[in-house]
Design a protein around this ligand. Structure first.
Ligand code: PEP
Length: 244
């Protein structure tokens, strides 16, 4: 919203196949999306199947540069495969792979050093929302990254607010709930550097669909979305991009 350029990113997670790669490319080949940015984050094994017209991101990278880390991908590898973006700190990785705030910060540092754009995910579980401590919870997640890379680095970081209770549940945050937290996040950044805060792209993620995208994206501090389930349907994903 406002003067910031909108961004919509599809996170396929551990879904999709070769035929979805083809379908998404043909769906987007005729689309006119000149006034916004979009990207797809497929499973890393499919990155090399996309043509150069599809903006790409990775769903994760290693915090290490190279070497004896079986099963991991480095920033230089995903860059070599054409990625511009890397999702980092997704709640599923924080949970499944025990990624701490500190590991997430190290990954952000590596992604920035490679000249790629981290899409840094933050968001609270339902218990934290019920306890009324959402802002404290997000402050801790953000502090870990700011402490390591500094506020000026946020000129090159995209943030994604993804309340865990809204991810894959069909329980979207209301536009007012999203704006409340996005406004808080921008305020957190503004306390450190108001220019950086004004320019930072803050995405919302959590059960965004074609039917609710427009209202979410019209909120003052919601600059686009990180889309899970709906990004697996090329028509739905395009309609979300057109809403941005
Ligand atoms: C996500 O995991 O990034 C996400 C927002 O998923 P969904 O859209 O399926 O809730």
């Amino acid at each position: 919203a406002n003067k910031r350029r909108s961004l919509v990113v599809g996170n396929w997670k551990m879904n999709g196949d070769r035929s979805l790669v083809e379908k998404i490319q043909s769906q987007f080949s005729q689309a006119s999306l000149a006034n916004m940015d979009w990207a797809i984050c497929p499973p890393a094994a499919y990155l090399g199947l996309f043509d150069s017209k599809t903006p790409l991101g990775a769903q994760n990278v290693s915090q290490f540069d190279s070497g004896a880390h079986t099963g991991e991908l480095s920033v230089s590898i995903v860059k070599d495969l054409g990625c511009q973006y890397v999702i980092v700190g997704h709640s599923e990785r924080r949970e499944d792979n025990f990624e701490s705030d500190e590991v997430v910060a190290l990954k952000v540092e590596k992604i920035l050093a490679a000249g790629l754009t981290p899409i840094l995910c933050v968001g609270e579980p339902e218990s934290v929302r019920d306890a009324g401590t959402v802002f404290e919870y997000l402050t801790k997640q953000l502090d870990a990254v700011v402490t390591l890379v500094g506020i000026s680095a946020f000129a090159n970081i995209v943030l994604a607010y993804e309340p865990i209770w809204a991810i894959g549940t069909g329980k979207t945050a209301s536009p007012a709930q999203a704006q409340d937290v996005h406004g808080f996040i921008r305020g957190y950044l503004a306390n450190l550097d108001s220019n950086i805060a004004a320019g930072t792209t803050i995405l919302y993620g959590g059960s965004v669909k074609g039917s609710n995208a427009k209202e979410l994206f019209s909120q003052a501090d919601v600059d686009g979305g990180l889309i899970g389930g709906a990004s697996l349907n090329p028509e739905d994903f395009l309609s979300i991009c057109l809403a941005a």
